[in-house]
Design a binder for this molecule. Structure first.
Ligand SMILES: *Cc1c(COP(=O)(O)O)cnc(C)c1O
Length: 219
């Protein structure tokens, strides 16, 4: 087994069947993605629209592509035909545009609402009030998006207590939102990356987004 495939196996062996791994392949070459694919792994995450589109064109068509990076409204049209899940919906304007492009493609696109949990202001996402508002409005007026959960990114820090506090906060919010919207299929909580996924899983993550721990350093 190659290095990449064995890293994936190693991580997956530590997950129960509530939790799925997304291999974050941004700024990694197609040959690395194929190493994972040829070992049977088909779920990849990308951050940049242009890179995602060219990889989708070049690589096998049964790959499940996740958009995890900040997404500009004017670029939604490029990924709408094929994207499997958009993790990084950080505004209602973006959600409306995804609905519009999904309709054009005769699809319903699965989305997660990104919540701002980190200390850095450079990280984007809804705050709690905006989230409640978006869920209410999104439901009634946007039939071509399906909101299936929440996503968050912790602060970049070595302080595990800080990270755990942020994950716990997001899990609490997720449970609250689920209870208040029983009609929504809210099943996914996307949190955890190479440095903090065990902590995320411990605190209720269902989707972990792991890049460098699988593929090594990015270009
Ligand atoms: C790059 C990225 C990841 C993966 O980061 P690693 O530290 O390499 O695992 C996960 N989520 C998001 C949103 C990212 O941008």
């Amino acid at each position: 087994m190659n290095q990449i495939a064995s890293q994936i196996k190693e991580i997956e062996s530590q997950l129960d069947n509530q939790v799925r791994l997304i291999a974050v392949s941004k700024r990694q070459g197609n040959e690395k993605i194929l190493e994972a694919y040829n070992a049977g792994f088909k779920r990849f995450g990308e951050n940049y629209v242009q890179e995602l589109v060219s990889k989708q064109e070049e690589l096998p068509k049964d790959i499940e592509w996740h958009m995890i990076g900040h997404l500009q409204s004017n670029k939604v049209k490029y990924i709408a035909p094929f994207v499997s899940l958009i993790h990084s919906v950080d505004s209602f304007k973006l959600l409306k545009e995804i609905n519009k492009q999904a309709l054009k493609n005769d699809r319903v696109i699965n989305c997660l609402l990104q919540v701002h949990i980190a200390k850095e202001s450079t990280k984007t996402g809804f705050d709690k009030n905006e989230l409640v508002e978006a869920l209410k409005t999104g439901l009634d007026t946007l039939p071509n998006v399906r909101i299936i959960g929440l996503m968050g990114m912790s602060t970049l820090t070595d302080d595990e207590n800080e990270i755990e506090t942020e994950f716990k906060g997001l899990k609490t919010l997720f449970d609250e939102v689920k209870n208040n919207n029983p009609e929504l299929p809210l099943t996914e909580l996307s949190m955890g990356m190479s440095g903090d996924w065990p902590l995320a899983v411990k605190n209720g993550s269902t989707l972990i987004r792991v890049g460098s721990a699988i593929f090594g350093k990015r270009l």
